[in-house]
Write a protein that binds this ligand. Structure first.
Ligand SMILES: Cc1cc2nc3c(=O)[nH]c(=O)nc-3n(C[C@H](O)[C@H](O)[C@H](O)COP(=O)(O)OP(=O)(O)OC[C@H]3O[C@@H](n4cnc5c(N)ncnc54)[C@H](O)[C@@H]3O)c2cc1C
Length: 415
């Protein structure tokens, strides 16, 4: 793994970076691999890293139709949290938090992991009840989740001035001290560099256009750069799960919806914590290291592959924010963007084998940045051993047949 000294930084800056060593190779695809991973986002690159590191499987290619992290990995709002309702969810998300906190060291790459804490405003008795239930499940697993009075919120969040006349009165709050922010691009780049240094081929501008199978199962993939044979194929293509699975003849229980976010001009530091307003849509905001206020909300409520959202969501989220933080009313918006989420019917991810031997899927679901390391690790485990990891036993595809859903939809406001 390459390291840079002060002198190499100086030399490279003076030589216009022409001698700069590439962080990963740019290999031609081989005709055959043991494992092909479709999708060069955090989940796919992470799976390749863990296949190599945990299982010694290095004859692996990651195929990405665009550039690394150019999908949802580079578009999300970088929030990592574990406040969930179900027993199948909390340990999975707690493990992800734990992995994130060790990942900069493991990858020798600064992921800018920062514990920020998250305060959720509760604006109805229903939201309070769900928060209490979440707290109960989380406490079973040793996760911290604390109910807050308005006075405590005010103490922790000096810019909050309890308004007298909100549409929905604020009945209190709930605090996850361990909620964290992680630099999203760095996750893709760190995993890519590590996987590459262990022998994995990362192939960009290589779209998978077909999945090849015979009676025995998967035999490879068809791509824009030719046919590539593989004994096993893992899919990690958030936002395109239905499209890629259909190439193998599979219909997944998911709907693809746009999710958008936007940022203000930078201002001086005023907001340490991530703030969630648990109204109907789940508006959230935080301040970036650059000083911008980053704002988002739940998905647009329709199915689409267009990477753009609609104005009513911006209007709704902004008005929810301004009710609670009226002093933000003069902020100017700088940028706005969107991505696509493969939403499952229960709001939980799918990490699963399929009916096709050798074809494995990681469907990130509603908020898959936070799960990137744990999903990648458990997906790699599944591919390597053909057995579900203990953390994902309840997250298989079969739950949509048996009815044992892991229902988080509607309660996980902040993606
Ligand atoms: C605006 C926004 C805010 C968000 N905020 C958060 C947040 O704060 N916290 C959180 O936990 N989650 C958040 N998310 C969700 C999160 O970004 C995604 O769930 C997560 O990044 C998915 O990672 P991935 O690696 O599975 O997918 P991606 O990063 O989307 O990677 C999949 C890759 O597959 C590639 N691909 C697709 N089809 C093919 C093909 N046929 N052949 C080859 N390659 C293909 C794509 O080009 C893409 O690069 C947010 C999402 C958005 C859009």
């Amino acid at each position: 793994m390459q390291r840079y000294s002060v002198f190499s930084l100086l030399r490279n800056s003076l030589s216009y970076h022409e001698q700069w060593q590439q962080a990963w190779r740019n290999p031609e695809p081989k005709r055959q691999y043991d494992v092909v991973i479709i999708g060069g986002g955090g989940h796919g690159l992470g799976a390749a890293h863990y296949l190599a590191k945990d299982h010694g499987i290095t004859n692996v290619a990651v195929l990405e139709k665009g550039w690394l992290g150019g999908g949802n990995t580079g578009r999300n709002t970088m929030t990592v949290r574990s406040n969930f309702l179900r027993e199948a969810s909390v340990p999975f998300h707690e493990e992800s938090l734990a992995l994130y906190h060790g990942l900069s060291k493991e990858l020798n790459y600064n992921l800018m992991v920062g514990k920020r804490g998250m305060i959720s405003f509760l604006q109805s008795s229903g939201a309070s009840r769900i928060a209490t239930q979440m707290a109960n499940t989380m406490h079973i697993y040793g996760a911290r989740y604390e109910m807050m009075s308005l006075e405590e919120i005010k103490r922790r969040l000096p810019i909050f001035e309890p308004p007298a006349d909100t549409r929905m009165p604020i009945v209190g709050g709930v605090y996850q001290p361990d909620a964290t922010m992680v630099r999203h691009d760095a996750v893709a780049w760190g995993f890519a560099r590590s996987a590459d240094s262990r022998g994995v081929d990362i192939i960009q501008n290589c779209e998978v256009t077909g999945i090849l199978r015979d009676k025995g199962g998967i035999t490879g993939v068809e791509t824009t750069r030719g046919t590539i044979k593989a004994k096993k194929v893992g899919m990690a293509v958030a936002g395109h799960g239905s499209v890629v699975a259909a190439m193998a003849g599979l219909r997944l229980p998911i709907v693809t919806q746009p999710l958008q976010a936007w940022v203000s001009e930078p201002i001086k530091p005023v907001l340490d914590e991530i703030v969630v307003i648990r109204n109907y849509f789940g508006t959230y905001l935080m301040q970036s290291d650059k000083g911008e206020i980053v704002i988002g909300q739940g998905c647009d409520p329709y199915s689409s592959y267009a990477q753009r959202g609609t104005f009513p969501i911006i209007e709704n989220a902004s008005s929810a924010m301004l009710e609670i933080f009226p002093r933000f009313k003069r902020l100017k918006l700088l940028r706005h963007w969107a991505g696509m989420l493969d939403m499952t019917y229960d709001g939980s991810p799918i990490i699963s084998k399929t009916d096709i031997p050798g074809f494995y899927i990681d469907v990130a679901g509603s908020g898959g940045f936070k799960t990137t390391p744990v999903a990648a690790k458990t997906h790699a485990h599944l591919i390597a051993t053909d057995q579900s990891h203990e953390l994902t036993r309840d997250l298989g595809l079969n739950r949509f047949g048996t009815g044992h859903l892991v229902v988080e939809g509607g309660v996980s406001a902040n993606h």
